[in-house]
Design a protein around this ligand. Structure first.
Ligand code: ZN
Length: 650
């Protein structure tokens, strides 16, 4: 008998049921803590299952709120969130739980399996990274630091937002908007005493539109200058923030914030991160120079920072422009889905069977997933855009593969959500190639969750996977959406059945790799800056010097000295990426490396593909990805394959 939960959300009684659930959980945590002789079986696993069941109860609400949003779902969700947050905050600060984990680890470690050891390690690490185990005085200081840090991050964002909103540039001469796409022109246009004028701002779509298509270089420079000099007061905020991060890391026992950040990540140490970034930068440079030279041919004057988007676009039009509309008929949604299933079956030996059952929307569907004929998991697809659905695409895990207190096996389930063009009785949903890539990406996350063989729910599937490794399986699968032999399986014209011609496939690849070395250098510049910045506190001046030094290696056009990019680097000063921006590239390197191993073995004949399923996908978060990757490849990661994936001959 399988153990999939029926999908249902009882909005009317949700809050009442949630409160009962939490009340019961709280009582059970107390009972568990009261056990005299605690061990893994009578304490850790039951505690883990309490969390699992609460998630199982809560996930359908957050799913429905995202895909069938209404005033009612918003209201219930808003009521539920503080209840669940309060419960999990209390649990995460409960020192008695921490001490029980430590005690069980000391007492029982030798008899536990890898998965169970990992559960203990991660739980203990989680407590220790928050300082919950430290003395009262240190904890008090940490609390002050955290409070101040969030104020500073908030001010950073607010200053940036205010500066972004305070600026506008009005164009009165219609010649200056020639060449802009009609929609961008319409968005910018307004009437002023019977004259049409154009307003450009520092909001992303407007700014990008002029920088990419605007042919007046004086205006481009004006806009650029306004953009890169936003929020000068953020300089002081950043200084204080860096000092606080350094202090916090020291209090928690780490040499610097970079080391603190890596404690919960896959990358083993700061030196590995730096050398991987520096290797990629050195190897991308030559091709980046060639790319820049190609752009330079289109201009009489030496290119400057505010020219690159514009000349990049000109070059693209000349050489690499794809007409997405020509591709759409080859990517009819149901063909793509069936083709993807067929591909996954050939690669991993997994198959899908449709389940007929009522779901939250008639367009949603459910499938059972089988591994070599055995029922393994359940997957829900909700692929088409509609008004009540949040934009974007994502995977949302619901149940996790595990064994409960009674030793009963639970199977995993997950939702795949996209926003593809809606189909109707008379129209098919025809995708862009980018949509196909998105579907493969989300499917990569999904399989990481669903193919888990792990028995401990807290490290099963995507649970417990390190932050810098989470995108590895998704980017890995995404790469196959550019692979000829895979595309030929399903990229068939929905009317004629004609297979997508080779030349059109090549164009997809060329367009993907357009100016890839320049793009690579830019990402590496951000990553290096972020990471080095967090190896010690920096004053504003030292920060600028650091940036200038990095740019000698990564920036082929020196930005003007007024450029204060750092004052707008929200990812690391107001988001969660501090000393973690490198993760984007880190996961790409893993995915490119594993991918080419399989390609070079002949794709469907590849023994590495099955090993990937059995090592990377089935072991989820039960081991560090550093170890799993080594087990898969029998060697350290090779960054060269990322260059190859990007068409960079470094
Ligand atoms: Zn992703």
């Amino acid at each position: 008998m399988h153990t999939f939960l029926p999908f249902q959300v009882d909005l009317e009684h949700f809050i009442e049921k949630l409160q009962n659930h939490i009340h019961a959980n709280t009582k059970q945590v107390e009972e568990l803590l009261a056990i005299e002789n605690k061990n893994y079986a009578n304490f850790v696993r039951p505690l883990g299952m309490l969390g699992e069941r609460l998630e199982e109860f809560f996930t359908p609400l957050s799913h429905i709120n995202a895909v069938c949003n209404s005033e009612k779902t918003q209201e219930i969700y808003a009521q539920a969130l503080p209840i669940i947050t309060e419960y999990s905050t209390q649990l995460s600060q409960n020192l008695a739980v921490y001490e029980a984990f430590k005690e069980i680890q000391a007492k029982e470690s030798e008899h536990l399996n890898q998965e169970q050891k990992r559960v203990l390690e991660l739980n203990i690490l989680h407590f220790e990274l928050s300082g919950a185990h430290l003395d009262a005085q240190t904890k008090e200081r940490l609390q002050e630091i955290n409070l101040r840090k969030s104020e500073l991050s908030n001010d950073f964002s607010q200053n940036l937002l205010d500066a972004t909103n305070a600026y506008e540039y009005i164009i009165t001469d219609p010649k200056d908007v020639e060449g802009l796409p009609q929609s961008d022109k319409e968005n910018a246009a307004f009437e002023d005493e019977g004259v049409t004028k154009y307003r450009f701002t520092l909001q992303m779509p407007s700014y990008i539109a002029y920088m990419t298509y605007g042919k007046n270089e004086t205006i481009r420079e004006e806009l650029y200058k306004a953009y890169v000099t936003r929020a000068p007061q953020n300089e002081a905020i950043v200084e204080e923030l860096l000092a606080l991060r350094a202090e916090m890391s020291k209090l928690l026992g780490y040499e610097n914030y970079a080391a603190y950040s890596l404690a919960s990540k896959m990358a083993p140490d700061t030196q590995s991160v730096l050398s991987f970034l520096q290797t990629l930068a050195a190897k991308s440079k030559k091709q980046a120079q060639n790319e820049l030279a190609q752009m330079q041919k289109l201009s009489q004057k030496p290119l400057r920072s505010f020219d690159t988007a514009y000349y990049g676009e000109l070059l693209k039009k000349e050489q690499y422009e794809l007409d997405e509309e020509l591709y759409r008929p080859y990517f009819e949604q149901q063909n793509v889905l069936r083709g993807m299933f067929e591909f996954l079956d050939k690669l991993f030996g997994i198959s899908f069977e449709k389940v007929e059952e009522p779901l939250w929307d008639p367009k949603a569907s459910a499938y059972y997933l089988y591994v070599q004929g055995t029922l393994k998991a359940k997957i829900y697809f909700d692929l088409e855009a509609r008004k009540s659905k949040r934009g974007g695409a994502w995977m949302h895990n619901w149940q996790s593969h595990c064994k409960d207190e009674a030793g009963k096996e639970h199977l995993a389930s997950a939702f795949v959500v996209c926003n593809f063009p809606p189909s109707s009785a008379n129209t098919k949903s025809l995708l862009r190639h980018d949509d196909v890539v998105t579907l493969f990406h989300e499917m990569g996350h999904t399989l990481h969750h669903l193919l888990s063989d792990v028995n401990e729910n807290e490290v099963s599937g995507v649970n417990g996977v390190e932050w810098d490794a989470v995108e590895f399986p998704s980017q890995f699968l995404e790469n196959f959406a550019y692979e000829r032999s895979v595309l030929q399986m399903f990229a068939k014209h929905y009317k004629t059945g004609e297979v997508l011609p080779d030349a059109m496939i090549q164009k997809l690849i060329d367009a993907k790799n357009f100016l890839s070395a320049l793009g690579m250098l830019r990402q590496l510049e951000f990553s290096l800056f972020d990471f080095l910045l967090h190896t010690k506190p920096h004053t504003a001046q030292e920060m600028q010097e650091l940036l200038d030094t990095i740019r000698k290696e990564t920036s082929l056009i020196s930005p003007p000295s007024y450029n204060k990019f750092q004052n707008g680097f929200s990812h690391i000063f107001a988001g969660g990426y501090a000393a973690g921006y490198y993760s984007y590239k880190w996961a790409e390197v893993l995915s490119a490396d594993a991918y080419y191993n399989i390609i070079d073995e002949g794709v469907f004949e590849s023994p590495t593909a099955k090993r990937y399923r059995d090592i990377i996908l089935s072991k989820g978060g039960s081991q560090s990805m550093q170890e799993l990757f080594f087990e898969l490849m029998q060697r350290e990661v090779n960054p060269q394959n990322l260059l190859r994936l990007n068409g960079i001959e470094g």
